[in-house]
Design a protein around this ligand. Structure first.
Ligand code: SAM
Ligand code: SF4
Length: 335
C-alpha cells in the first residue's frame, strides 16, 4: 500500500481526522490514587505488555498515517525500565510535531534533562493537593515533596508547557481549589481540573465526592478575572486565562458531549489495544497483529485504517451510576 508520509489518512466514519495518539507504556505505577486504582492492584504479566520496541513500531505506523502528536502515559510511564529510550526514538521521528508526557511527577527530577533532550515539549503533572497528608491520602503511596521537586526541575529545564492535572473530590481536596490555582499562577504554569470519570472498580464513593467543573468555574470566577480562551485541543478541555497572569485554567469534562464531534484522538493501552473512544468498548487488538508479522508493518497499517470505521460517535459516561460505565481502569487505558 502506498501511503505518503504525513498525509492525514486516519479519517473516521464521521469525517473526523485522527492525528493524536495517547500511548500507555505500562499499567504499573508507584502510586495508588483512590480514583484510579484499588489498593491491591494486580498488574499484567510482562509478556502481555508491549515491549518498548513494539511501542515504537506502533508509533511509527501512526506517524506514517498522519499522526502529529503523541502523548506517553500509563500507569506511570517513568517507572517503566528504559522508558527514556522510547522517548529518544520517538523524538527522532520526522513529521511528529509534538511529543508530550503525562506523569505523576515522582521520577521527574532525575529524568527532566533526558526528557528535554529527547524532544519532549510539554509535561502534564498530576497534583491533587498541596498538603502532604492529603496528598498521601489520595495517592496512598505518594510523596508530595518528591513531586514538587520534579515540578521545579521541569520548570527550571524550560519546557514550553507545564500543566498540572487535578481531580477535585468533595470533602477531600476541593477546599484547595483556589490554592492550587494560585500555586500555578505563582509558578507561571497552567492547571486543568478533571472531573472524575467512572472508570474501573475503585473502593471509593464517587457519587458523594463528584465535583462538577461548573461549580469549580463558579468558585474561581468569584476570585479571579477569567477570560475565555479560544484555544482548543479538539478534546474535552475548555480553557480560561487568568487575567494579568500567564496561567490558563482548563476544565476537562468528560461528561459533556460537546467535544466528541471534534474528537481527534485514539488511545493505545500497554497491551496494544487500540481504543477508539475512552468511554466505549470499541477496540482492535494490535498486539497479535504485531507479533504475527515481525517483518512487515502492512497488516498493522490495514488494521489501523480499518479501525476508523468503528470509532464511535461519542462516549456514554454517567457519574450517577453505582457500577462504572466502563470497567477499564484509567491506568490500563492511559489518561
Ligand atoms: N500516572 C500518570 C499521572 O497520574 O499523571 C499518568 C496516568 S494517569 C491514569 C493520567 C491522568 O488520569 C491523571 O491526571 C489522573 O488524575 C487521571 N485519572 C485517573 N483516573 C481517573 C478517573 N477515574 N477520573 C478522572 N481522571 C482520572
Ligand atoms: Fe498512578 Fe496516575 Fe493512576 Fe495515580 S492517576 S494511580 S499516579 S496511574
Amino acid at each position: 500500500m502506498d501511503i505518503k508520509l504525513n498525509t492525514p489518512r486516519l479519517i473516521d466514519q464521521f469525517g473526523r481526522t485522527v492525528d493524536y495518539i495517547r500511548l500507555s507504556i505500562t499499567d504499573r505505577c508507584d502510586f495508588r490514587c483512590t480514583y484510579c486504582m484499588s489498593e491491591d492492584m494486580t498488574f499484567l504479566p510482562r509478556n502481555e505488555v508491549l515491549s518498548l520496541e513494539e511501542c515504537l513500531r506502533i508509533v511509527k505506523v501512526f506517524v506514517r498515517l498522519g499522526v502529529t502528536k503523541v502523548r506517553i502515559t500509563g500507569g506511570e510511564p517513568l517507572v517503566r525500565k528504559n522508558a527514556l529510550w522510547l522517548f529518544d526514538e520517538i523524538g527522532k521521528l520526522e513529521h511528529l510535531n509534538e511529543l508530550v508526557l503525562t506523569t505523576n511527577g515522582s521520577q521527574l527530577e532525575k529524568h527532566t534533562a533526558a526528557l528535554k533532550k529527547s524532544g519532549v515539549k510539554r509535561i502534564n503533572i498530576s497534583l491533587d493537593s498541596l498538603k502532604p497528608e492529603v496528598f498521601k491520602k489520595i495517592t496512598r503511596t505518594g510523596n508530595l515533596k518528591q513531586v514538587l521537586a520534579g515540578l521545579q526541575a521541569s520548570i527550571k529545564a524550560g519546557f514550553s508547557g507545564i500543566k498540572l492535572n487535578t481531580v477535585l473530590m468533595r470533602g477531600i481536596n476541593d477546599d484547595e481549589t483556589a490554592d492550587l490555582v494560585q500555586f500555578a499562577i505563582n509558578n507561571k504554569i497552567d492547571i486543568s481540573f478533571i472531573e472524575e470519570m467512572p472508570l474501573g472498580k475503585v473502593n471509593h464513593a464517587r457519587e458523594s465526592t463528584f465535583v462538577s467543573n461548573a461549580d469549580t468555574l463558579k468558585l474561581l470566577s468569584s476570585k479571579y478575572s477569567l477570560l475565555a480562551s479560544t484555544e482548543t485541543t479538539r478534546g474535552p478541555a475548555r480553557y480560561w486565562l487568568v487575567a494579568g497572569t500567564q496561567t490558563k485554567i482548563g476544565f476537562i469534562s468528560p461528561h459533556s458531549h460537546n467535544f466528541c464531534e471534534s474528537c481527534n484522538r485514539v488511545r493505545i493501552t500497554c497491551k496494544g489495544e487500540l481504543y477508539l473512544c475512552l468511554g466505549q468498548e470499541d477496540k482492535v487488538d494490535l498486539m497479535p497483529i504485531l507479533r504475527a508479522n515481525p517483518n512487515s508493518d502492512e497488516p498493522l497499517v490495514e488494521a489501523i485504517l480499518k479501525s476508523m470505521s468503528i470509532k464511535p460517535k461519542g462516549h456514554d459516561f454517567d457519574h450517577q451510576r453505582i457500577e462504572p460505565a466502563i470497567v477499564r481502569f484509567m491506568s490500563h487505558t492511559g489518561g
